[in-house]
Design a binder for this molecule. Structure first.
Ligand code: C5P
Length: 292
């Protein structure tokens, strides 16, 4: 059985403040995008959890969220079921695109099917939240508001698709580091402005409502990100922001042809430039039942 694990961008990310548990309270608007990893799940002898990846740069030990997700699910279900998991890695790591989290969510759903488990939604959500703050989002995908540390999800209805350009520079950003680099941002657009602009497909309003409070702290150490952002805007992007804790920036385009023109204009930038688009929950959601 093979599942697609879609990436996400944060169209909006406001950091409300630091919490006593060391996390930060946030208000964010996630959206699935078409860039995806694929994971395949096969039976293996009892007790064996085997994990392989086509990218040698990806760790395949317990530091990988896929292994942690498999171990957590097996512990929750009891028993010694085995599995062989193979990951085709396409989403860059340390990029703010949620690749590791999406892989973890896909592992929970894929192994539930392989092992014939029928966990209720709240158990699955709790397992996901235990693996990482943005793992629960990927169970449903599409567009969603999130609060808390990012794990409290309010699904949003499908919105008109957005044409996007992603620029992933050739370095990774660590999420804990990006949060430590955060400094309070004076003021900015509201999440409801972003949500409403997305819902009605008002691209100018959406561009004005894009927000990422982690960006300034990351840019202070990596000023080239601001240079990339300015290049995207000069190439005609309606708006451009960092996604999550970086290092990828996304640019909002009018349509796919416009996105391709922007991508061509910035193709000399170091790293990887991609044209992509948002994907609705029915397509991206792991619980939507879509098996490749
Ligand atoms: O939840 P996750 O494992 O993805 O978080 C990684 C790290 O990022 C946390 O240990 C914390 O340092 C930081 N973080 C945070 N506030 C959040 C999410 C993550 O401070 N809302």
């Amino acid at each position: 059985m093979t599942l697609a694990a879609y990436a996400k961008i944060n169209l909006y990310l406001r950091v409300v403040g630091r919490r006593p548990d060391g996390y930060h309270e946030i208000e964010t608007l996630f959206h699935s995008i078409r860039l995806a990893d694929t994971l395949s799940f096969d039976a293996a002898p009892a007790g064996q959890l085997l994990f392989e990846c086509d990218d040698p740069a990806v760790p395949t030990d317990e530091s990988n969220l896929v292994c942690r997700a498999a171990a957590a699910l097996r512990a929750a279900a009891g028993g010694e079921a085995g599995a062989r998991i193979r990951l085709a890695k396409r989403i860059p790591m340390g990029a703010g695109l949620g690749g590791g989290s999406s892989d973890a969510a896909a592992t929970l759903v894929g192994l539930c099917r392989l092992w014939g488990l029928s966990l209720d939604a709240s158990t699955l959500h709790a397992l996901a939240a235990g693996l990482g703050s943005d793992v629960p989002f990927f169970l449903r995908g599409g567009a969603a508001l999130a609060s808390g540390r990012g794990e409290l999800i309010t699904p949003l209805p499908d919105a008109p698709p957005l044409a996007l350009v992603l620029v992933s520079p050739p370095f990774e950003v660590s999420t804990p580091w990006a949060y430590r680099a955060w400094r309070s941002v004076p003021d900015g657009p509201s999440a409801s402005a972003c949500r409403e602009a997305l819902a009605c497909g008002d691209l100018e309003a959406l561009a004005a409502a894009l927000r990422n409070d982690l960006e300034a702290g990351v840019v202070a150490t990596h000023p080239e990100l601001e240079t990339i952002r300015q290049r995207l805007l000069a190439a005609g992007a309606l708006g451009a922001r960092m996604t999550g804790s970086g290092s990828t920036l996304f640019a909002l385009a009018r349509d796919a042809a416009h996105a391709r023109r922007i991508a061509a204009a910035v193709s000399d930038l170091p790293g990887t430039v991609r044209v992509t688009e948002t994907v609705p929950a029915g397509e991206a959601g792991l619980l939507a039942g879509k098996v490749l």
